[in-house]
Structures are given as C-alpha cells and as structure tokens.
Design a protein around this ligand. Structure first.
Ligand code: FEO
Ligand code: CA
Ligand code: CA
Ligand code: CA
Length: 667
C-alpha cells in the first residue's frame, strides 16, 4: 500500500491512518544488531520449511506432514467451516453465520436526528448521526446483560472523496487515470469534524437480532468539538496553554481515535493516534516545541482544518498540538460528562488501550505507539480497582507508572518505568518535571533504550491464559542490519505477533518472557518466512495484523489492515488464530470485508454469541482490483456497500455476526 494523502490523487486514504510516512524515530537505539536469537530463527526456519512441504504434499504425499496437519486441525479450538479468501464488493462470513449491518455512517442516533441525506449532509445533522470510519468497538452491558448494552465505537478519520459529491475530477496523469480532489469548503470541514470522535449507542437483542435503541437515554456523539478536560500530571502545564485556554486544562475535541478499550469500571477509553495530520502551518522560528513536534511528524497537513480554524495552525497556536495524542476517558453513564484526557498514560500515536486487573488489584493498560520503529508501553495504576463501588475508580487513571518495553534477545521483556528524575529523564536532557516527560513520551523512551518495533498496533491481555498478544503490523523500512530478535524480518511487509508471558502470571510485573507467536504472510512462498502451522489453508493465512480480540474462552481473533489485490490477493478480514497446543499458529478465515475496506473492531459480546466487527473505509481504492481498475470516489465507487443503492454512497458500518439458530461463535 502506498502513501499518506497521495500527491497524485489528493485522496486521504486509509494509508494516512496507516502511518506510512517517513519514520520519525531518529535515535540509534540499538536494534540489537544482527543477532537473531537461535531459538527464534530456528523455530521460524523449521515452520517455514514445513509450510512449504505442506504445499508440495498436495502433489506428492508426505505422510509425516499430512499427519501433522491432521493433528493440528483436530486440535484447533475453533469450530467453523472456513470462509474462502478473495476480493469482491461485498462482505462474507463463514457458512452457518449471519453478518447483519447494525450501524452505518449517517444513521440517526437520537429521536430528533435527521435522516441521512448524503447529498446534503451538514455538520449539525452529522453531530446527531453515527460518524465515519468506525474503528474500535466496545460493549458495556446494561444491568449485566449480554443482550442489552451500550456499544461504544470510535470514528477514526474521514475520506472526503468518498463522503462528498462533486469534489473529485478525473484527470490523465502519466498515461493513467488519476483523481484530483478540490479543496474542502468550511461546511465540509465542519462535517468532517462532526464525523470524527465516537458514538455511544444503546443496543438490544430482540428475537436473536440486534437493534439500535434510537432514543436510548445514554446515546451520545463525541466529536472534534466536544469539550474535554486535561487531567493528570501534565494538566495545566505551560506547554498545554493556548490563547483560548490559558488554564491549560480545557481542550476542544478529540480526533483520530483509533482503537481503545472499556475499563474494568465500565468507562470508554479512546486512543488518539495519527494527530499529526490535523495540524498545518509552521511553528514560529526557533520555537521550543520544534524537536517535540518533529518526533511526531507534526505538522503533516493532510487535513484542511487549519485553513478554517486557527487552533490547527501551528503559526497561530503553537501549543495546541500538545493537547492531542493522549488517551481519553469517557463516563458513558452520564451523557453530559466531560471526557478526560489522561495525561499520565503518555502522549504518542496511541493505538489502543486494552486493560486488565492485575493480581494485586492494580489495573494494567497495554498501549501501542503505531509508527515504524516506535514502542510498546504499559501503564500500571497506583491505586487498586474497587469492584464494589465502580464510581470510586473515577480518577484511577490520573496516577500510575507508564513503562516502555525492551525485548531482550534471551526472550525476556523488561518494562522500564518512564519516571522523571530516574535514569536519563532529568534536567540534563531537558525534562523539568513528569509533565515534560509525558508530553515528550517518545523522547523519554528513546533515552531509555526501548526496543524499536514494527509498528505496534493493538496489544491485548488475555485473562484466560495470562498471556499478552502484541500485533506488529508491518515495517517495510526495517533494513537487514536493523533486524532484532523481536523484529526478526527486514522489509517486514506482512507483520508478526508477539506473545508475552508476564513473570509469575502477574500483568503488573516489571519483567516477562516473550516469543514470536506468528510471522505473517503467505507460507507457500519460502522467502516470506511465514510461520503459520501446516494445518493453515490457502485461505487461512493473512498479513498485516492490526486490531485483535480475545473471546471469553480466551481464544485469539485477529483483524487485518492493508491486504488487497496487490498486497496479498485478498481483502482484509477476521481470522481465528489458535495459540495453544498442537494447533498453535493455525489460522482460519471467518469474515472478510468488501473491496477497499479495512477490518476493525473486533469485539465479542460477553456471552460469545455475537462478534461485532467494524468495516472501515470500504470503497477506498479500486485501481488495483481487476474488476474495477480505476480510482474510486463518490460518483464512481468500487462498491456501494452496504446499501447498494445508486443514490447512496459507500458507508463504513458496524456488523453483528451471529450463528444461525443461536449459540456461541465457533463452538
Ligand atoms: Fe489506526 Fe494503527 O491503526
Ligand atoms: Ca489499528
Ligand atoms: Ca482489541
Ligand atoms: Ca488500522
């Protein structure tokens, strides 16, 4: 997949979100050199060669491999008939399952919301409708129910060329059709701002099918204009003060909310990821934030918000960008509550915030920083979770210790505390307080010598087996001399998954063990070095792991971002991945998205009878798909999923997957 908002097309594609720009980590933190720990490379080699043999086995039977296949397939924890991988304009789910569209971009969420009219969309209407590009999906039960709850959904970003009529012109460029996008009007920018953020929507299962409760009293839209409070150690710091907010505590809005989480006390946390795209203009000459912003790629100027709102223009409001890149916590039980940006959890390109209660009651959040050569983090609260009085956990996230991971060649992982005054995090290196350390979390982690990873996406703790899964989506820029044990492939096009076992089974531990669960990509191509089990079929392998989930049985489900006609010859989707026993590293395709889309969510209802998935940016692309073969935009779309009506554009949507006739998924 290619670049950010492409200069060719002007499209703000999924790739902006993919963070495919220049790596901005300038440090030469040791990538642990060329040493690849023998046990990992050996394991990879063995699996790779077995996988190749498995293909050969279809023409010349190899009893040994066939037996191994059968054993692994039999041992799989997942029971369903695998879906066929492929590419078309629709979604598909494994046989025996229904995949029903539950919430679409523009769906009314309140009794007084206007119906969706894409030809005349307004910011006012959008602020009362389901937003664009759904990413994280969480479920918060009402009265403990698995069939009645709040669905919380992030709206990560916007694709103007798919959203607005009349702004794309097709031109000939270098003998190929290319699309030019006109500058957006202020009204269109306002729609974009209202389409970002999150939705909190009451849903109920009725007769086996989920319904939206349109007048649910807790329904809420959070947008780039929702007032929020900065909380924790950096709140009120001079570097967070602006003309509009001399207190440094009051921020307007959130954006690029990628994945997130639901806390053990039932709040909704949203991760602010690619914030650099929203800022434009230049800092005043010699400004003290220059190095800080450079480390985050700010400004990138992919969005035109700065042309209409001074706060996104660095020349006019140089501190505004320090007020984004945080984890936002929302109390869903009060639609008037002011969301809080929890500065104790650090500032970077936050992918998600999945959490779990540790043995001693402290709460642990795993946090990825999605950029090539950036880091994996965990935050451990100082206080303990109070299960008897959920409101008592209200400000737990304002006090705790952020740690960054160093993956050793010997298979240990060390979680290094990021604390002002400890080690290099002192005045000598330009930090005057913990607030400074948190505002420049990446630089602090650089100084600590953290391990540079291949784009950390979702990091998921698994309470059922005590493990933690780290999705590393890809890193085409890693050179052979930068390969290390935890990032073992140069030009890592397909990504990998690391499994961590924290010491003593304690999620709050300072150390753990790790190993590579899976190197992704096509296992039939030996050079790719993929390590799926030999029981994995030609449909079962995948590349580019991104969001993931564990169901209540502790089984791992992986969603992908960035496959497609050219990358892997299949669309993105949801795969079930075995982690235990003889079936370990066996993968099966369960659901796939229409052309141009990325698979987000996924989330299992507490009874495992529903899998919610989010289909993000469907129809974004089509040039490389033979059946379409040209740029896709509002008037000429590669798919009109999910409505397939000529006057209705493609719409990012949340889909609810249930078993026909009921029952747990994949059991
Ligand atoms: Fe928004 Fe890193 O995916
Ligand atoms: Ca993601
Ligand atoms: Ca997840
Ligand atoms: Ca993504």
């Amino acid at each position: 997949m290619s670049d950010h908002r492409s200069p060719d097309t002007g499209f703000r594609t999924s790739l902006l979100e993919e963070n495919d720009g220049p790596a901005v980590n300038p440090t030469d933190n040791r990538t642990m050199g060329e040493i690849i720990a023998a046990r990992f490379s050996r394991r990879g080699f063995l699996k790779g060669s077995l996988a190749v043999s498995a293909i050969a086995a279809t023409v010349s039977p190899l009893a040994l491999v066939a037996a191994d296949d059968a054993r692994a397939a039999e041992a799989s924890a997942f029971t369903f008939d695998e879906l066929e991988a492929g590419i078309d304009d629709k979604h598909h789910v494994a046989p025996g399952y229904d995949a029903d569209v539950l919430l679409r971009w523009g769906d009314p969420l309140f009794a007084d919301s206007p119906e969706f009219d894409p030809a005349k969309q307004s910011a006012e209407a959008q602020a009362k409708q389901f937003g664009y590009n759904n990413d994280y999906v969480g479920y918060i039960p009402i009265d403990g129910s698995a069939e009645h709850g709040l669905l919380v959904v992030n709206h990560e970003y916007t694709n103007p060329h798919l959203m607005f009529p009349g702004i794309v012109k097709i031109v000939d460029k270098d003998g190929k059709k290319a699309a030019e996008v006109a500058p957006l009007s202020k009204e269109q920018v306002d729609v974009e701002m209202a389409a970002h953020g999150g939705s909190i929507v009451e849903i109920r299962k009725d007769g086996g099918k989920w319904q939206v409760v349109r007048d649910g009293k807790l329904n809420r839209r959070i947008t780039s204009n929702t007032e929020m409070q900065l909380a924790g150690p950096a709140a009120g710091h001079d570097r967070l003060k602006t003309n509009a907010d001399p207190s440094g505590t009051k921020v307007i809005g959130t954006f690029n909310n990628c994945a997130g989480g639901v806390t053990p006390w039932g709040t909704y946390v949203m991760a602010e990821e690619n914030i650099h795209g929203y800022f434009s203009g230049e800092l005043p000459e010699g400004h003290k934030e220059a190095a800080n912003y450079k480390r985050l790629g700010i400004p990138e100027g992919a969005y035109e918000w700065g042309a209409h709102y001074d706060r996104f223009n660095l020349a006019k409001e140089p501190n505004e960008a320090n007020r984004f890149g945080w984890i936002v916590e929302v109390d869903v039980n009060d639609p008037a509550s002011v969301p809080r940006k929890r500065t104790a959890m650090g500032r970077f390109k936050h992918e998600g915030a999945e959490s779990i209660v540790a043995k001693d009651g402290r709460v642990v959040f795993y946090l990825g920083d999605d950029e090539r050569f950036d880091y994996a983090y965990k935050f451990v609260t100082t206080g303990k979770f109070n299960a008897n009085d959920l409101a008592a956990n209200k400000d737990l996230l304002d006090d705790g210790t952020l740690h960054v991971a160093k993956f050793g060649e010997d298979g240990t992982v060390e979680w290094m505390p990021i604390v002002f005054g400890q080690g290099p995090l002192t005045a000598e290196n330009g930090f005057a307080s913990q607030a400074d350390v948190l505002i420049e979390t990446r630089r602090a982690a650089d100084l600590l010598g953290a391990t540079k990873m291949d784009r950390p996406e979702d990091i998921q703790p698994n309470g059922a087996n005590g493990k933690v899964y780290v999705m590393l989506t890809n890193n085409s820029k890693r050179k052979a001399e930068q390969v290390d044990a935890a990032n073992p492939r140069a030009s890592n096009a397909f990504g990998h998954i690391i499994e961590i076992s924290e010491d003593g089974g304690d999620f709050a531990a300072a150390k753990g063990k790790w190993e590579v669960l899976l190197k992704c990509g096509d296992p039939s191509v030996a050079e790719v070095g993929a390590t799926f089990s030999t029981a994995t079929t030609a449909n079962g392998w995948f590349g580019m792991p991104d969001n993931c989930a564990v169901d209540s049985a502790g089984r791992l489900w992986v969603a992908t971002d960035g496959q497609g006609p050219k990358a892997t010859g299949r669309t993105d989707g949801l795969w079930a991945v075995d982690t235990e026993g003889a079936a370990r590293a066996t993968s099966k395709l369960f659901f796939r998205v229409p052309i141009g889309a990325e698979m987000c969510g996924p989330l299992f209802a507490p009874d495992d009878q529903t899998a919610f998935v989010a289909v993000q940016h469907p129809g974004d692309g089509g040039e490389d798909w033979e059946a379409f073969g040209r740029p896709s935009y509002y008037e000429d779309l590669s798919t009109r999923w999910p409505d397939f009506k000529p006057d209705m554009p493609v719409r990012p949507s949340v889909v609810a997957i249930t078993k026909k006739g009921g029952g747990k998924i994949a059991v």
